[in-house]
Design a protein around this ligand. Structure first.
Ligand code: CA
Length: 366
């Protein structure tokens, strides 16, 4: 009896609350919405593609079906590199992609993925969330009718696969290497012949000898692509993508039409995926590297400092040139550069110092 009256009163209260809510905030009573998410990744693509799928699923589940995100792999709704326009013009509601793909739209987008010798994943998060990065990204994206959030990170990418050893700067001259974006431009400036190839074309190009070397991501993703079958020298560290961030780009009108709670939910889901993807790379790279070294006879090599030093000089000069191109890019660059200085100082005294200390040859466990 007591229980029944409780249920009855709860039902009445619930109905009254619902009615009051409907009057107070009509946006909540709009009903369920299905959002289309296009991606630049093939279906089930490990890390990047599966991360986008996990993000879509999380939004759908966390909203209890209020917002259902239907995901489209590269080419299913639009070709991958048309994702930006598709979301800007409303053909799709959101994309999951690397914003540096849109540097043809505006150079400023590059800063929100990764910059040669730029931020690590942790530093990128710090800049975007607390260093003014999100505000600059909002300003840039709004000009194209977009609202973008961080939605994943690969962590430090590797130097890549080479068919010969690189012992000096001279060995880089004339080397035909697949490396897209600013990293490719840096390589051209030190005398290598950098080319841009989509993921699916790298293996055949290595096999035919059209290229001598390639970068992709890191051990987990690179193992899946089978580069070890052609080239045996695997170089670390990379300089070109020290923490490639992925973006959840949304149509701004769609974003503005969402309720505060729906926006908060999408923000939380994107931030969660930003962590999850990075954690997944961290977790899976180590076992993949073991497989490459022990099962496939891959030889690990460190990129010589002579090469990294020159690449650093060239990268810095290139960024200055890019920043001088237009006022918005300059504004983003100034913020990036300022935060980079702070990050270098703090990382030297904290993460880098600790990691070096942990590598001292003391006895710990077995
Ligand atoms: Ca890469």
């Amino acid at each position: 009896m007591k229980r029944r009256s409780f249920i009855k009163s709860a039902a009445v209260t619930g109905a009254a609350a619902a009615a009051a809510t409907t009057i107070a905030a009509p946006a909540i009573a709009k009903g369920k919405r299905q959002l289309k998410m296009v991606t630049t990744w093939p279906k089930n693509f490990p890390g990047l593609g599966t991360g986008a799928e996990r993000l879509a699923k999380r939004i759908s589940e966390a909203s209890d079906g209020q917002l259902t995100v239907k995901i489209y792999a590269a080419g299913e709704l639009v070709p991958p590199f048309e994702s930006f326009d598709a979301v800007a013009n409303g053909t799709a509601d959101m994309y999951h992609a690397a914003d540096y793909y849109w540097q043809g739209k505006h150079k400023g987008f590059t800063f929100f993925t990764t910059i040669p010798f730029g931020f690590t994943a942790a530093e990128m998060n710090a800049w975007i969330y607390f260093g003014g990065g999100q505000e600059l990204w909002d300003e840039l994206a709004a000009g194209f009718g977009l609202k973008n959030l961080l939605g994943g990170n690969t962590g430090v990418q590797w130097g890549g696969w080479f068919n010969k050893e690189i012992k000096s700067l001279e060995d880089m001259k004339g080397l035909k290497m697949r490396m897209p974006g600013l990293g490719g431009e840096v390589l051209r400036r030190i005398g290598a012949a950098a080319v841009t190839l989509p993921g699916g074309e790298i293996f055949p190009a290595l096999q035919s000898g059209a290229i001598d070397a390639t970068e992709w991501v890191g051990p987990w993703n690179d193992l899946a692509f089978g580069f070890y079958k052609i080239t045996k020298y695997y170089y670390w560290p990379g300089f070109h993508e020290p923490g490639a961030a992925l973006a959840l780009g949304m149509n701004k009108k769609m974003w503005d039409s969402l309720s505060k709670s729906e926006q908060a939910l999408i923000q939380a889901a994107a931030a969660a995926e930003n962590d999850m993807m990075y954690a997944e790379y961290k977790a899976k790279d180590s076992d993949a590297l073991d497989t490459l070294l022990n099962k496939h006879g891959v030889k690990l090599r460190r990129m010589p400092n002579e090469v990294l030093q020159e690449i650093g000089n060239v990268s810095g000069a290139l960024m200055e040139e890019i920043a001088a191109g237009d006022p918005m890019t300059k504004k983003i660059y100034d913020s990036f550069l300022d935060f980079r200085k702070k990050s270098i100082r703090m990382s030297k005294l904290s993460d880098l110092a600790y990691l070096q200390a942990r590598n001292l040859p003391f006895k710990y466990g077995n």
